[in-house]
Design a binder for this molecule. Structure first.
Ligand SMILES: [Zn+2]
Length: 316
């Protein structure tokens, strides 16, 4: 009798373990399926799982460790620009393959594949919109399109954006993320650095504000031109920012580089960037900076008042 009870007890215990193992595995399967479906997101930094919906509500910044996940250009525009104010410009500009370039693949095939996969025609979106009611000319690079590389279309779109901003007296904000110049366009891609820089110089001469936002990663020809020409340069936390890659520099110098080399934090320490702003605070910060730097119209009451109060002294 006792033996019978014992064996029944043992059996139920085994059942319990078996059931637990079974339910455990289905849970795991379900979790993996949900991650695959994009319902969940696993933080690459701290490994914490969070609902993609919650993560998106926090602008793709990990709630646990503050890791800034990569964000595509459409999401960026949604995060920064007020609803129903975005007006894209030069959407018709498309890249060509003037050098008939071939690496592992034909450049023209690469372009076609990217367009089919991502629905993007090149690595930047430009347009006019409002940030908390303040007009702005915004350029957003997209790392998914050939590593955000700067080809002729990226250069031309950014140049036209800056020129429009100069004409309309708008501030310019460019969200930078790039592996550098686009090798497949050779010299034509390098020329873009000078072209964009020249447009920015005319924007500066008109006493207008330009803020580049350096996100992970900002490297190569983009760092060597418009990313570093801002009046106020803002970086996202922990972003990699540099010109040549760490490995190339280490091999050339035959020296080990410090751990935080080419991080936003290290650049801030050395004066290359002016501030590091969390993505969750970016829109608010931009709105404040733009409001502070609004060009004063000549009929502004403040100017009149200054002229009036100064004039007796000037007459003396
Ligand atoms: Zn995390």
């Amino acid at each position: 009798m006792a033996n019978n009870e014992e064996s029944r007890g043992l059996k139920s215990l085994l059942d319990w373990f078996a059931n637990r193992r079974k339910s455990g595995s289905t849970n795991l399967e379900r979790q993996e399926r949900e991650i695959a479906d994009g319902l969940w997101h696993k933080c690459p930094k701290c490994g914490v799982l969070s609902y993609t919906k919650d993560l998106r509500a926090n602008q793709m910044v990990c709630v646990e460790c503050g890791h800034h996940n990569r964000v595509d250009s459409d999401e960026r525009i949604r995060q920064l620009i007020d609803n129903n104010t975005w007006r894209p410009i030069d959407e018709h500009l498309r890249p060509t393959d003037p050098l008939q370039f071939r690496d592992r693949k034909l450049y023209s095939d690469r372009l076609r594949e990217m367009e089919e996969k991502l629905g993007l025609v090149d690595a930047v979106k430009t347009g006019l919109g409002e940030i908390n009611g303040l007009p702005v000319a915004l350029g957003v690079m997209d790392f998914r399109f050939m590593g955000g590389s700067m080809g002729s279309v990226v250069g031309e779109k950014l140049t036209r954006l800056i020129e429009q901003a100069t004409q309309r007296r708008y501030p310019v904000v460019i969200i930078c993320t790039s592996g550098g110049a686009r090798m497949q366009e050779g010299m034509l891609s390098l020329m873009q650095m000078a072209k964009i820089s020249a447009a920015l110089e005319r924007h500066r001469q008109a006493k207008l504000l330009y803020i580049p936002i350096l996100t992970n990663p900002t490297t190569g020809g983009v760092t060597a031109s418009f990313a570093m020409l801002g009046d106020i340069i803002i970086a996202e936390p922990k972003a990699t920012i540099g010109f040549a890659g760490r490995r190339v520099i280490e091999q050339t110098l035959r020296e080990k580089l410090p751990e935080d080399f080419q991080t936003a934090e290290d650049l801030l320490k050395h004066g290359f960037v002016d501030d590091i702003v969390s993505r969750t605070q970016l829109k608010k910060t931009l709105a404040q900076l733009i409001a502070l730097h609004q060009p004063i119209p000549t009929t502004h009451p403040m100017v009149l008042w200054e002229t009036m109060s100064l004039s007796p002294t000037a007459a003396e």
